[in-house]
Design a protein around this ligand. Structure first.
Ligand SMILES: *[C@@H]1O[C@H](CO)[C@@H](O)[C@H](O)[C@H]1NC(C)=O
Ligand SMILES: *[C@@H]1O[C@H](CO)[C@@H](O)[C@H](O)[C@H]1NC(C)=O
Ligand SMILES: *[C@@H]1O[C@H](CO)[C@@H](O)[C@H](O)[C@H]1NC(C)=O
Ligand SMILES: *[C@@H]1O[C@H](CO)[C@@H](O)[C@H](O)[C@H]1NC(C)=O
Ligand SMILES: *[C@@H]1O[C@H](CO)[C@@H](O)[C@H](O)[C@H]1NC(C)=O
Length: 353
């Protein structure tokens, strides 16, 4: 629109048709300027001979200058969102050509913030949440990129179609299915203007970082089924450690024999050192508001233990049998008991077996 308008003005003022783009060099080739800042650009004619060179813009141009090949254009305070300066050259034959200078007027957002539901309490594992990032008064929105950060990763990226050059507000919505790993991690959004190559040309603004809280049922750190060997001369410890939010509470189920021999105690602990080291089936229940999980332990005697125990029992049995046979022989041979003998003989075998 503006360009046609300027064409019209030029044609009207010179009466000569405009002859396409110019053979000129723009320095810089394009301008990125912050609203309110100033900028300067040079238009340099590459023709061997010209009648004059000038600038047109909505800010008022610079009339045709002759005798020079480079003409600067300057705006001290950019107060408009749509500036389209055009360099024009009049050739010796009266023809005119035009070269527009691309100018992008930008404004970094007034604010970038995350809206509900992060502040509305903890999330629940498996549920989907729509987290909104509000970017207020940014220009031009067509160059805006929104990045969602979770921990040290970028999990989502959004750009916008927008024709307005002036500031607008935009929202980016992140669909997030809450996972247990998210519990305690930080999330934030970042608005960036892609003004061109180079780090300095990417002004960015970040929202506050929010710590996510995710409720999830207990999950055991170790497998849900474990076979544990009773160690030699040491107490076995059964580990039931589970993660969960809220922190899980534990209860244990131990074999009948162990239960009867131990004092009843509340064992809300993630581990158990059975008072009596007996093989059997143990289980542990981890619960919180989100659910309950059960872990099973099969406690077995170590093979080495069993042979040692068998050997000890074997020796005792053998000893008992020997004494019993000895006693029986003694009794049969003598026929009668003396008081001393009877005490000695009766006591030994029963004590040993
Ligand atoms: C424009 O040209 C003048 C004179 O040659 C020079 O001093 C100035 O740095 C140039 N400006 C730009 C933006 O290239
Ligand atoms: C996010 O969820 C909404 C509502 O369920 C859906 O309309 C939208 O397409 C989703 N967006 C993305 C990027 O998946
Ligand atoms: C095994 O546990 C019992 C009961 O807690 C304790 O009295 C005993 O000292 C422990 N033995 C070893 C070797 O740790
Ligand atoms: C389980 O939790 C207890 C108590 O918090 C801790 O001492 C132990 O090291 C943990 N064990 C494992 C295997 O994580
Ligand atoms: C232990 O559990 C297994 C499998 O559930 C079962 O076959 C076995 O009889 C149980 N042992 C005892 C001593 O209860």
């Amino acid at each position: 629109m503006l360009r046609f308008f300027i064409f019209g003005v030029l044609i009207a003022s010179t009466g000569k048709p405009v002859n396409g783009t110019c053979n000129v060099e723009m320095s810089p080739p394009k301008v990125m300027v912050k609203f309110g800042d100033s900028f300067t650009a040079n238009c340099t004619s590459l023709y061997s001979e010209i009648a004059g060179i000038g600038w047109e813009s909505t800010y008022g141009g610079i009339g045709l200058q002759s005798g020079i090949s480079t003409l600067p254009f300057k705006i001290d305070v950019v107060k408009d969102w749509d500036i389209q300066p055009i360099c024009y050259v009049t050739l010796p034959d009266g023809d005119q050509c035009l070269e527009p200078l691309p100018v992008t007027v930008y404004q970094i957002p007034e604010s970038v913030s995350i809206a509900q539901p992060l502040s509305a309490g903890p999330m629940v594992e498996g549920k989907q949440y729509h987290i909104q990032c509000n970017i207020v008064n940014v220009a031009p929105a067509s160059l805006l990129s929104v990045y969602w950060h979770k921990g040290d990763k970028i999990i989502s990226h959004e750009t916008f179609k927008e024709s307005a050059q002036s500031p607008v507000s935009k929202s980016s919505i992140l669909n997030l299915t809450a996972q247990r790993d998210d519990d305690g991690s930080q999330i934030w959004c970042e608005a960036k203007l892609n003004l061109g190559p180079g780090e300095l040309n990417h002004p960015a603004m970040q929202s506050k970082s929010h710590e996510m809280a995710v409720l999830y049922p207990p999950g055991f750190i170790n497998p849900e089924m474990e076979t544990v060997e009773l160690p030699d001369r040491k107490n076995v410890t059964l580990y039931c450690n589970a993660t969960g939010n809220p922190v899980p509470v534990y209860s244990w189920d131990v074999p009948q024999a162990v239960q009867e021999m131990s004092k009843k105690e509340d064992v809300n602990k993630p581990f158990l050192i059975p008072f009596f080291q007996l093989p059997g089936n143990y289980s542990c229940k981890a619960s919180n508001t989100q659910g309950t999980r059960i872990k099973y332990f099969t406690v077995i005697e170590a093979p080495r233990d069993r042979t040692t125990l068998a050997a000890i029992i074997g020796v005792f049995v053998a000893l008992g049998v020997l004494l019993f046979i000895g006693g029986a022989l003694f009794v049969t041979r003598d026929g009668t008991f003396s008081c001393n003998q009877s005490k000695y003989l009766r006591g030994q075998p029963s004590g040993a077996v």
